[in-house]
Write a protein that binds this ligand. Structure first.
Ligand SMILES: [Zn+2]
Length: 256
């Protein structure tokens, strides 16, 4: 084939992917109907503990996220009821493509396309095609004390969440899951990347509180409850988190 024709075909394909991603994102944050979110469990290691934990999961395992979103969206008069519907999708026997450790923009773009293609081929089970796909990689806590960073991609509405395979961490796993879900919908991080402390005022659940510290809850995109100017602790469950005004604007609950 002539080179100009090949380039034209590639550009047409990429433009198609970009327009598709923009349309999917606009639908997801329109809040006219329930946002369909599928959670795909994946064993990140070959520990029997991880397998046994995945076998205990059901739709019920994510109801606290669904109910939390309903409560958080209520003041904004959202038409969809519930605004977000989460369900368990079939377990995936393979790992998603890993992001480049230190990649240039081109390598990151290539990985993002690869991940979207990988996600597109996953079976949703008996449910209709989900709008957002969250792949949760479970780790046996006896084998991994810390897990890799989770991520949520706005382009393609895909999250890759790292979680611990133990009931003791289930509530906190869901906090990370909700955080990444909101990233896919366009929410930005609201903490200082150098020290993990919530950014003031946008990363505070109650920025007007007197005295300011300690706060009782975390803004979901800051994930930590500010205790003092230099201390914050991870939110332990959905009940300790809120959607702040800036995040609500980013995900379309309010309009500018
Ligand atoms: Zn984040």
């Amino acid at each position: 084939m002539f080179k100009p024709l090949r380039v034209l075909l590639l550009l047409t394909l990429l433009a198609g992917v970009a327009i598709g991603a923009w349309r999917d994102k606009a639908r997801a944050t329109g809040w006219h109907s329930s946002l369909q979110v599928a959670v795909y469990p994946i064993a990140a290691d070959d520990s029997p503990v991880t397998q046994a934990y995945i076998a205990t999961l059901s739709d019920e395992s994510f109801h606290d996220v669904q109910d939390w979103f309903t409560a958080q969206a209520a003041p904004y008069g959202v038409a969809a009821s519930p605004p977000v519907q989460l369900w368990l999708a079939p377990a995936v026997p393979v790992l998603p493509p890993t992001p480049p450790q230190v990649g240039n923009a081109l390598q990151i773009a290539a990985w993002s396309l690869q991940l979207r293609w990988w996600a597109w081929r996953r079976d949703a089970g008996p449910h209709p095609a989900p709008q957002v796909k969250l792949f949760v990689l479970f780790h046996d806590p006896a084998e991994s004390r810390a897990v890799p960073h989770s991520l949520g991609l706005e382009k393609g509405l895909i999250g890759v969440v790292h979680a611990f395979a133990t009931p003791a961490q289930a509530a906190q796993n869901n906090v990370v899951l909700a955080h990444e879900l909101l990233h896919t919908l366009g929410a930005s991080d609201k903490y200082d990347l150098s020290n993990n402390l919530p950014a003031y005022p946008l990363g505070y659940a109650e920025p007007q509180r007197q005295p300011l510290w300690p706060q009782a809850r975390a803004e979901i995109m800051a994930v930590r409850v500010p205790l003092s100017p230099r201390e914050a602790r991870m939110a332990e469950g959905m009940g300790e988190t809120v959607i702040g005004a800036a995040t609500a604007l980013e995900i379309g609950l309010t309009r500018p």
